[in-house]
Design a protein around this ligand. Structure first.
Ligand SMILES: [Zn+2]
Length: 154
């Protein structure tokens, strides 16, 4: 299994980088490989809400949300995700992060968002999902990672 990059380690500068978009369909093979590795990390971390590609060393706009968070049979794959807020309501809750073992931090986030994502890296078909509560928080956390932002900066 791919190791998760821990803040402060020698590879950790990737956690501060704005990730590159997935090119469709040119990046399809790479994207599928990254998605497989991210799912594997989640399958082995049942208490992780999600993980983003830079956390395993890839500067690509891909993240996966644990299926338990979205109450689904499948993990939710985000490719080139775009978050839009709905309204201005915010809520502050304690979050953790696989890249910051042992750290819990209260983070303020928007309550309600939509996320648009490619369905796969093979075509430009997109889906937009409306989220509230913890799934909304988890998606905002992972999309922050794709912009080089961790809970330390929040
Ligand atoms: Zn994180």
């Amino acid at each position: 299994m791919k190791n998760v990059i821990i803040a402060g380690s020698k590879e950790s500068s990737i956690l501060r980088q704005n990730c590159y978009p997935v090119e469709v369909p040119g990046d399809q093979v790479t994207a599928d490989m990254i998605i497989g590795l991210l799912k594997e990390v989640l399958d082995n971390n049942s208490d992780a809400a999600g993980i983003a590609a830079p956390q395993i060393g890839f500067s690509k706009r891909i993240a996966v949300i644990h299926k338990s968070v979205v109450n689904s049979k499948e993990h939710l794959v985000l490719i080139n995700p775009e978050v839009q807020t709905i309204g201005v309501d915010t809520t502050a809750e304690v979050e953790g992060c696989l890249s910051f073992p042992g750290l819990s931090k209260r983070v303020k986030r928007f309550k309600n968002v939509t996320v648009s994502t490619l369905l796969s890296a093979s075509s430009n078909d997109k889906v937009t999902i409306k989220l509230t509560g913890f799934p909304s928080r988890a998606v905002q956390h992972e999309v922050d990672h794709l912009n080089g932002i961790t809970i330390l900066e929040k």
